[in-house]
Design a protein around this ligand. Structure first.
Ligand SMILES: Cc1cc2nc3c(=O)[nH]c(=O)nc-3n(C[C@H](O)[C@H](O)[C@H](O)COP(=O)(O)O)c2cc1C
Length: 391
């Protein structure tokens, strides 16, 4: 049972994935509806849709959903109906890409202006920052009205709230920067505003980095201190992840060799909070997942890529018939190519494969670099549709 009183049917969380299956104008597509039905039928307690935006100018990609007063309520109702079949929860991850907003269509603005190779953004003004908790709160209220059964505040991976936490992005000297208390202020105010908007009985989760995994970034010590701060908020679940899209940062991984990436960190912080704790990243076997729950480290196990290659895994693992998923191996993938390959696989799972990327495992090594090209081309093809709705 979550602190808000909602009872989840098991301990497996389909962690947020930006599926890029919006219709290009911020509303769900048929493939997306089919995908979330697939996962609901597959047995996860909750599926989280990644990168659902309240501000269309702070998009991560043009395949994101946008929750707004003029959203297509009928098609959203079909999505949330499909995603909550079989007693599953369907939560919206409330995103805001901030400095990493998709430049062709958005306005990259973060805590501080940056001009780096691969990252250029303007600085948010104090008046803009003050309005951000309310922006998240409105998105949360809208998500609830559209039929989502919970929300997750995205404070990980180098997007806006994670940018505020990280000294790499946040070089401010006002009340939003400097000390950890100041850097965490926006996150805490956002959780409070979201809670006020959705009421006491609705799940509000937070996804937080254990570490940025780069020198000078948000560290494990700081993450532990933020977890202590979160204990005093109304958050229902803290999901631990890690890594950032700051130029030069190492991609996913970490932790003890052969273990899920953030399990060791979760052990260290378990005693710091009474909140339900989840971790995502690197769970590959039933034993790892069951062990983390059985020994009391985690209340829920987050899975992303495992549920792309094996969407029925939760059903199998909770009925004891579980085999371990098999993952593809890639050769010399370019940056972003592996994620692109998984994203195209989601389109196929939703019954709308891109040409050349069917669901059947093709023999040999999957071509992640070709997936990246197809993925980028699909985004470019959405530009006009996005602009037509959002300007
Ligand atoms: C295709 C893809 C898209 C993702 N999109 C998001 C996202 O929108 N939001 C988020 O918090 N994490 C996102 N992630 C990260 C996952 O939630 C998870 O943290 C990461 O994949 C590690 O977990 P895993 O080893 O179970 O895959 C994405 C991962 C993949 C593979």
């Amino acid at each position: 049972m979550l602190p808000c009183g909602v009872v989840l049917k098991n301990r497996i969380l389909k962690s947020a994935m930006s599926d890029s299956l919006g219709d290009g104008a911020g509303n769900p597509s048929e493939a997306q509806i089919a995908l979330y039905r697939r996962w609901a039928d597959g047995g996860a307690a909750v599926s989280i849709i990644g990168e659902v935006q309240g501000d269309p100018h702070a998009l991560e990609k043009p395949g994101n959903l946008v929750v707004a007063a003029d959203s297509d309520t009928e098609v959203f109702a079909r999505l949330t109906g499909a995603g909550t079949a079989s007693g599953a929860g369907l939560w919206a991850q409330l995103g805001h890409a901030g400095a990493l907003s998709y430049a062709p269509l958005g306005r990259p603005r973060g805590p501080s202006s940056l001009e780096l190779d691969g990252l250029e953004c303007a600085e948010l003004l104090p008046g803009d920052i003050e309005q951000l908790p309310d922006l998240f709160a409105k998105a949360a209220k809208q998500a609830k009205a559209l039929g989502f059964t919970g929300v997750q505040v995205h404070a990980a991976h180098g997007f806006l709230l994670s940018q505020f936490l990280s000294p790499l992005f946040n070089r401010r000297s006002d009340q939003w920067g400097g000390s950890l208390g100041n850097r965490a202020r926006l996150l805490i105010e956002t959780i409070d505003a979201v809670r006020a908007a959705v009421g006491g009985a609705f799940p509000v989760a937070v996804k937080l980095n254990a570490t940025d995994r780069i020198d000078g970034g948000f560290s494990e010590q700081e993450a532990a201190a933020v977890i202590t701060m979160l204990d005093d908020t109304s958050a229902d679940l803290i999901e631990i992840s890690g890594g950032t899209y700051f130029p030069g940062a190492r991609s996913s991984g970490g932790g003890r060799p052969g273990e899920p990436y953030f399990l060791d960190f979760a052990r260290k912080v378990r005693g710091l909070t009474r909140k339900p704790l989840a971790a995502v990243g690197g769970f590959k076997t039933y034993r790892q997942a069951a062990g983390a729950v059985e020994d009391g480290t985690l209340d829920m196990v987050g899975l992303a890529r495992p549920l792309v290659v094996a969407p029925d895994l939760p059903e199998e693992w909770t009925t004891g018939a579980g085999t371990d998923p098999e993952f593809p191996r890639f050769e010399n993938p370019r940056e972003g190519a592996v994620t692109a390959w998984y994203t195209l696989r989601l389109a196929a799972l939703g019954g709308a494969p891109l040409p050349g990327f069917p669901i059947e495992a093709s023999s040999g090594v999957p071509d992640a670099n070709a997936a990246l090209e197809a993925y980028d081309a699909r985004d470019r093809a959405r530009h006009e549709v996005w602009r037509a709705r959002f300007g």
